[in-house]
Design a protein. Structure first.
Length: 183
């Protein structure tokens, strides 16, 4: 299950929620240059776990996409960083501390239904901004909540058992966070 929680987190933080497209576009189009302060983050993963959408409110009122990357900035679904691309610039998220917490997570597993769920919380660091977010520094406490339904082995000695290491039959996740930034 450790592999699932790590993969699920990567998929999750890489993602983001944009409520109504019109509301989010309107908010970012009229937002002033950020001056720092409290932020709120909502994210939702894509089904494939490679990227997603994100919405920020508070000191940053913007929306966009996320991509999991490695330390060199190359796309990596298991990378320790997230590239956040917003409508007015972007920044990078170092999620190593949160990954450590999620990797230690003991999700609840129901083997009768091959379902699992869990919630984990940890810190991330925001850095390396561009555009309107140049010079960003900050931290956020993120909470990742997920639920999965795993497939069953169809053959072999484990036939009929839950295959928790395979791409899930169904996956849902949400990521929320609260923090503070300065520029």
């Amino acid at each position: 299950m450790k592999r699932i929680s790590s993969r699920l987190f990567a998929a999750a933080l890489v993602a983001g929620v944009a409520g109504s497209g019109a509301v989010a576009a309107s908010a970012s189009a009229t937002a002033a240059t950020p001056s720092g302060g409290p932020i709120h983050i909502w994210a939702t993963p894509s089904p494939k776990g490679a990227g997603g959408r994100i919405l920020l409110t508070g000191a940053i009122a913007d929306h966009g996409t996320t991509q999991s990357v490695n330390a060199q900035g190359a796309p990596d679904p298991n990378g320790g960083f997230v590239k956040v691309t917003l409508s007015r610039g972007g920044f990078e998220v170092d999620k190593a501390a949160l990954d450590r917490r999620l990797n230690a997570l003991k999700p609840v597993i129901d083997r009768a239904t091959c379902s699992a769920w869990g919630t984990g919380t940890g810190e991330v660091t925001l850095q390396g901004g561009t555009g309107a977010y140049a010079g960003i520094r900050g931290t956020a406490r993120m909470t990742v909540t997920f639920a999965v339904i795993a497939p069953r082995y169809t053959s072999g000695r484990k036939q009929g058992q839950c295959n928790l290491n395979k791409t899930t039959a169904m996956f849902e996740s949400s990521i929320t966070g609260v923090g503070s930034v300065s520029f």
